[in-house]
Design a protein. Structure first.
Length: 226
């Protein structure tokens, strides 16, 4: 089953709220890109543009905007992702994505195992187009899905799609036939068709949806690819 997931790169809590309002009723899940400005890109909320909302969220005094409308997937593009996991679980995340380039396999395997055993969230493992596929092998037992990055510049939107990711998708689909495979970056109907044909079943799209005059039409054009 194909799933379309809007991706939000929030500049502030209010910006997050505004993006969510534009997609209520159009998708069941959203991905929120959390960037510390150290691993990649420019920092996003809550590292900037926060007026105490995230503290209230992690203290369970405040929920995500439209928490009743979406499952929230947090893409931790951070230098030390495990230092933020508990806060995001308390804030209401249903899924957390870890980028394998930020992980120390010997130490972090145990942390992933603990998170998995608690059963509070689903775990995604993201991999860039430049990372050897085999780096996932040791961590796959703790993953609910893989996220292949479709762009070279992780942490940015409106970047060109890199066709190198197609071979990665085919590799993972053959190696892990039962695992969900998401693609994040450079998605539109043309590129999404390529990755779906290669074996992806989750399409994560940011600028294509939110820079459209009609997000409903944009999401519909991706859903129609089934």
């Amino acid at each position: 089953m194909l799933e379309i997931i809007p991706a939000i790169l929030p500049k502030s809590f209010e910006d997050l709220k505004n993006h969510l309002e534009r997609t209520v009723g159009l998708a069941s899940s959203v991905q929120v890109d959390i960037i510390d400005g150290k691993y990649v890109g420019k920092p996003t909320w809550p590292f900037v543009g926060d007026n105490g909302q995230f503290k209230a969220m992690r203290n369970e005094e405040l929920g995500f905007p439209h928490w009743e409308d979406f499952d929230f997937e947090i893409d931790l593009m951070c230098e030390d992702p495990f230092s933020y996991v508990k806060d995001w679980i308390s804030a209401g995340a249903q899924r957390i994505v870890f980028h394998v380039e930020t992980l120390d396999f010997d130490n972090d395997r145990l942390a992933l195992e603990q998170i998995r055993s608690e059963g509070l969230i689903e775990i995604g493992l993201a991999i860039s187009i430049h990372t050897d596929n085999e780096r996932l092998d040791e961590l796959i037992p703790y993953a609910d899905f893989i996220q292949v990055m479709g762009i070279d510049s992780v942490g940015f939107q409106k970047k060109p799609f890199e066709k190198e990711c197609i071979d990665k998708i085919r590799f993972f689909r053959e190696r892990y036939p039962e695992l969900s495979i998401a693609v994040d970056g450079g998605m539109n109907p043309e590129t999404a068709t390529l990755v779906i044909n290669a074996g992806a079943n989750r399409i994560i799209a940011g600028s294509y949806i939110f820079e459209s005059a009609d997000p409903k039409e944009a999401i519909g054009s991706l859903q129609d690819l089934v």
